[in-house]
Design a protein around this ligand. Structure first.
Ligand code: FAD
Length: 482
């Protein structure tokens, strides 16, 4: 192999799914449709990342540096046109019907170009996840119908998930830490609903959201016992957006303070009763943490690809930077680590499809309903109304809890934490190592490599700091999934 043959990621045709993960060959033999869907996702996501994102991510980053409220609606609309922002919704209901594996592929591909823009496109499905973990049939159907309707109209329907408060960050995700923390945001009972007061901070899309799913205590001196989950429409009187953070990286994704001043929330918007808020958080984390690991993997791959491109063009007297042996050893080392972390990430995604909420789409009642009921009916208000009746609404929760037990959720928090730490630590390490390769000239803004450096650090902080994720790995034994 000659030096110029080093091809990786963005600028060469990176190897397809099966050649980077040969163990999938066995699955391909028995469930070809499953692998086909992920391969298809890779083609679509890679095309979008290269053709639509790559040419403009530096410009977007620059605009967001000047104005943290700048949001690139043009890129968002292009993603919306091909339904990337509603990818997990079943095809029959208007989405792409992508499983966890296909969504992991999507996250890796988009994050390899810009993790913040990837987050704007893919992480909005948090709203859907927030509903799905509780799995109340009426709510799930309504959210899906609203998201599909918004997609068709080309309008955004953004969700935020609000846990962090100025006086309570890491503590809000941990049972043990919760016992001593003192949050300030609180809810109190009022006729027909609840009144909420306080502030949440560092909320992704808090400045753009139409709905906020928020964990709020009734009694700030007993947060764990009184933590509940609310659905709060942001057009409610008393809701406002405070500061939109000026961050070192991931600038295209807005992170905002949100303020509740005597916000009234009706009874039916209490999604989880007091004492169940932490469980709700853990269940969402059990899905999302692993995807942040995948995003870190994508970032690492993109940073390496940009560095290889730079080094292949940089002249060092009679030869190129990439011909230096020390550079090639660093590259080989990074490729090895990317391969290892990719296995961990996709192992996690396949486990999500097999044991977590995604498996519901494979269960007979849901599979059959999706097969025989017409789309109009599945998205209709009459079905939503029917599903809101007490028996049907709680049937979904009952069924889901039978399929995904509390032990499974905790097992996934652990597996997810391992993947999150592995992927995001890799992102920071690779962004750092490629800076060694390209030097000061390569770290000039125009090459985009320093953006990976800035974006990477943030992945270690959110979705639980990597210290908090390590605590999750330490505190209990690894729980078997079977
Ligand atoms: C870009 C971005 C987007 C975000 N999006 C959201 C969002 O959408 N929704 C949301 O709710 N939050 C969001 N966050 C907040 C994020 O989850 C918190 O920043 C994170 O949980 C850490 O909380 P903190 O910043 O208050 O730090 P702290 O909790 O104050 O932690 C400070 C340091 O102490 C360590 N530490 C704290 N407690 C312990 C302990 N018990 N044991 C060991 N070490 C400990 C931490 O690991 C960290 O190193 C976002 C943050 C960022 C940067």
């Amino acid at each position: 192999m000659t030096p110029s043959d080093i091809k990786f990621g963005l600028f060469a045709d990176a190897p397809d799914l099966l050649s980077t993960l040969p163990a999938l060959g066995k699955l391909n033999k028995h469930c070809p449709a499953y692998i086909k869907s992920a391969e298809n996702a890779q083609v679509i996501a890679r095309r979008f990342a290269r053709n639509e994102m790559l040419p403009k991510v530096l410009e977007i980053d620059e605009k967001c540096t000047k104005d943290p409220r700048y949001f690139d609606w043009d890129l968002w609309k292009k993603a919306n046109d091909i339904k990337l922002n509603i990818s997990p919704i079943p095809e029959k209901m208007g989405g792409l019907g992508w499983n966890a594996l296909a969504n992991a592929v999507l996250v890796e591909e988009l994050s390899s170009v810009c993790l913040a823009s990837a987050s704007n496109i893919t992480f909005n499905t948090f709203g859907l996840l927030g509903a799905m973990v509780e799995c109340r049939t009426g709510i799930v159907l309504k959210i899906i119908a609203d998201m599909v309707d918004a997609q068709k109209k080309g309008e955004p329907l953004f969700w935020s998930w609000a846990i962090t408060e100025p006086s309570a960050g890491t503590d809000m995700e941990h049972g043990r830490a919760m016992a001593t923390m003192r949050p300030s945001t609180h809810a109190q009972k009022a006729p027909g609903g609840y009144i909420i007061n306080g502030t949440k901070c560092f909320i992704t899309n808090g400045s753009l959201a139409h709905y906020v799913i928020a964990n709020i205590c009734f009694d700030i001196s007993a947060p764990k016992e009184s933590m509940a989950t609310f659905l709060i429409p942001t057009d409610t009187k008393g809701f406002s957006v405070g500061t939109v953070e000026r961050k070192c990286g991931q600038k295209a994704s807005q992170t905002a303070e949100i303020i509740f001043k005597d916000v009234f929330v009706p009874e039916e918007n209490l999604w989880e009763p007091p004492g169940r808020g932490l469980r709700h958080t853990r269940e969402i984390l059990s899905i999302t943490r692993g995807f942040i690991g995948v995003a870190g993997l994508g970032l690492a791959r993109g940073a390496l690809a940009q560095a290889i491109n730079f080094a292949a063009h940089k002249k060092m007297g009679t030869h190129r930077l990439i011909d230096e042996e020390w550079v090639r050893f660093i590259i080989a080392d990074i490729v090895k680590e990317i391969m290892i972390v990719r296995h961990a990430c996709y192992n996690f995604a396949i486990a999500l499809d097999t044991y977590h909420v995604w498996r519901m789409f494979e269960e007979l009642p849901i599979k059959t309903s999706l097969k025989i009921l017409p789309q109009n009916f599945l998205l209709s208000k009459s079905l939503q109304k029917l599903a809101q009746t007490k028996i049907l609404d709680s049937a979904g929760t009952f069924y889901k809890n039978k399929l995904v037990s509390e032990e499974t959720v905790e097992a996934f928090v652990k597996h997810g934490s391992a993947v999150k730490v592995a992927g995001t630590d890799l992102a920071v390490k690779v962004a750092n190592r490629v800076a060694d390769i390209v030097g000061l000239e390569g770290m000039s803004r125009k090459h985009g490599i320093e953006k990976y450096f800035r974006d990477a650090k943030i992945t270690q902080i959110y979705e639980g700091t990597n210290q908090a994720n390590r605590l999750d790995l330490l505190e209990n034994e690894i729980i078997p999934l079977l």
